[in-house]
Write a protein that binds this ligand. Sequence first.
Ligand SMILES: Nc1ncnc2c1ncn2[C@@H]1O[C@H](COP(=O)(O)OP(=O)(O)OP(=O)(O)O)[C@@H](O)[C@H]1O
Ligand SMILES: [Mg+2]
Length: 408
Amino acid sequence: MSDVLDEIFERVVASRIFRNRDILSPDYIPDRLPHREEEIRRVGSVLAQALKGSRPNNLFIYGLTGTGKTAVTLYVLQRLEAKAKQLGVNVRYVYVNTRQRDTPYKVLADIASAIGVRVPFTGLSTAEIYTRLVRALSKQQGVLIVVLDEVDWLVRRRGDDLLYKLTRIGYDLPPGSTKVSLVGITNDVKFVEMLDARVRSSLGEEEVVFPPYNAEQLRDILWERASQAFQPGVVDEAVISYCAALAAREHGDARRALDLLRVAGEMAERENSPRVTVEHVKKAWVQLERDRIYEVVSTLPLHARLAILAALRAQHISGRPYTTTGELYSHYRELTQRVGVEAVTQRRISDIINELDMLGVLSARVVSRGRYGKTRMITLAADEKTVLSAIAQDPRLREIIRELEEAE
Ligand SMILES: Nc1ncnc2c1ncn2[C@@H]1O[C@H](COP(=O)(O)OP(=O)(O)OP(=O)(O)O)[C@@H](O)[C@H]1O
Ligand SMILES: [Mg+2]
């Protein structure tokens, strides 16, 4: 008897599309990173000092999202570790992503456990873990490289105290202890301004900036991964170029390009198609964009969500396909009363509209109204259903959404 699950299982096992789908997953580290030779060389030459037992300069890496910062850093560190083993020198590294490990406690606990100090999940003070860490470092030799990835998350939430402490940890250690070197990574250009000048100068002893990829470079990256991930002949030039072109438009994000190719492959597989087509890529784009908008809207603060609802409400009531800042604001005020929260100023709402425009949720175009001056034409820039379903996670707003949907 064949049932639906059998069919699904068979389809995946006998996939005509994928040879190894994991190769397209975001955390896979490929053996080759095309168009990052220069960055690999620079990161490598800073960290190579560790092989001679010296403390490498601290290193600060920045560049837009998807430019290969994490991949290059881990690639270099894995190679460095292998070389150190071969030479018999003591070089270790610990990788901490501070978006996931989001407190000073967790970061210190990860560093401590990397050098063999056992730390309970909770219960100690941060100062106590630091003391234990210092004690262990002073009993050991060699070099420890601490990578703090997406370090802007930690600093935004918790300030830069920990970073300050870590850049000075050498002063707390007697001569002959482990030498500690820091690598900070961020994709937030404004992050640098948040840092205390002392932290900035010691973290930035060396700096490497990762430029975005262009469409041609993305094509090479995609070919490299696709040739291992897909069955032969499943993707062609047109598909790869199309993915590369779409991602290049989004500031050259390699993650986006790989996601597109992976989702397009999944769609082809589900449709039982023998190969991936440009149509699959187009559909993948729509789906990824929907996922992105859902995620963005889900994390918006209440007033931003109210501003979106106000924009939709203004459009529904006026019957026009757009609204203006003033009109949006008066609907927004009504909505705050309904929800029972205090309204923020029109100025603030204006800023929120700009932020929503940048995130691709609303579009706010300045238009001239002749002698009436200028105004902004505000429209929804994303799929309405997706936006509303993300907003509806907040129970306080469900009633308003229901009314909007009924009015349609
Ligand atoms: N030159 C390259 N060759 C092959 N794959 C690459 C290359 N650059 C990036 N990638 C791949 O693209 C994806 C994103 O890269 P990575 O995670 O290193 O970006 P990032 O700069 O750390 O971005 P973020 O700032 O968002 O963390 C990963 O899957 C990575 O393997
Ligand atoms: Mg990264």
